[in-house]
Design a binder for this molecule. Structure first.
Ligand SMILES: NC(=O)c1ccc[n+]([C@@H]2O[C@H](COP(=O)([O-])OP(=O)(O)OC[C@H]3O[C@@H](n4cnc5c(N)ncnc54)[C@H](O)[C@@H]3O)[C@@H](O)[C@H]2O)c1
Length: 261
């Protein structure tokens, strides 16, 4: 049975890469949801799969978007097997400078939208006998950068909701996962770094210093998504995958401190 995926943040980055991967793996349809209508059109044309790619330009902050998105997927493809919540708000704010506006924006996109998309998708998946939900969280959910405090709270909430979904829907055949993503080279990240005044070659410079010699790419994440929705992962449910080269608590040892043991 050919499968169908609903992907948020599908205009670029993680969402667009996952769409390309899943279509390559035999998915019969993908619905890309994003607020960037031009990006959606460009991605759909790049994927070049007439009849297999549908788009919905919508803002995930709107209460109505989750039900609209799932309804659009059913109207176009008649089923829904995979929900990939890749869209995210990465607004910078610590606790000291947090505002209600920043808080609302972060929690609306990173928590409210995935929660109600899971609710809507689960209704369909239950009726179909199963499905897979994958939420993109962040290594920052465990703490980290000083200017990502509110973001950290939103991504930690998303991990908790994912764990809960894994338990709540386990006997419905629906498996749920969170990807705690590390530093990834997406269009979104390039825009953030450009806005903070980094030089054009920041990605090459910083990437070369990472353990793997480069940043994580959207295609790396797409490979994980393809695995999680494959028969090989059918016995996994509720995992939070730390997709990062520098695990929590890892420090670079100073060469002078090398142990002889
Ligand atoms: N890039 C990183 O280093 C990194 C690290 C950890 C986690 N993440 C997470 O990865 C995901 C991808 O983010 P990214 O910043 O790398 O960007 P990205 O380039 O993958 O694009 C994110 C997409 O989400 C869409 N989007 C954002 N807000 C929206 C809204 N309100 N309604 C509809 N669409 C919306 C954007 O238009 C964009 O197309 C996010 O969930 C982010 O929190 C990224």
């Amino acid at each position: 049975m050919a499968r169908v995926a609903l992907i948020t943040g599908g205009a670029q980055g993680l969402g667009a890469a996952a769409a390309a991967k899943l279509l390559g793996e035999g998915f019969s349809g993908v619905l890309l949801v994003d607020r960037n209508a031009d990006g959606l059109a460009a991605t759909a044309s790049r994927l070049a799969r007439p009849g297999q790619v549908a788009t919905l330009a919508a803002d995930l902050r709107d209460d109505a978007t989750p039900a609209r998105a799932v309804a659009a997927c059913l109207a176009k493809f008649g089923r829904l097997d995979v929900l990939f919540n890749a869209a995210g708000n990465t607004a910078r704010s610590g606790i000291a400078d947090a505002t209600l506006g920043t808080y609302q924006g972060l929690f609306d996109v990173n928590v409210k939208a995935p929660l109600f998309l899971m609710q809507e998708a689960a209704k369909v998946m239950k009726a179909q006998g199963g499905g897979t939900i994958i939420n993109v969280s962040s290594m920052i959910a465990y703490g980290g950068l000083p200017n990502l405090g509110v973001y950290s709270g939103s991504k930690a909430a998303l991990i908790a909701l994912t764990k809960h979904a894994a338990q709540e829907f386990a006997w419905d055949g629906i498996r749920s996962f969170a990807i705690a993503l590390g530093w990834a080279l997406t269009e979104g990240e390039r825009a953030v770094q450009a806005a903070t005044g980094q030089p054009p070659d920041w990605a090459e410079k910083f990437g070369a210093e990472l353990p793997g010699g480069r940043h994580i790419l959207p295609e790396d994440v797409a490979d994980l998504v393809a695995y999680l929705v494959s028969p090989s992962a059918q016995m996994m449910n509720g995992a939070v995958i730390d997709f990062e080269q520098m695990p929590v608590g890892m420090f670079r040892q100073h060469p002078a401190l090398k142990s002889s043991a």
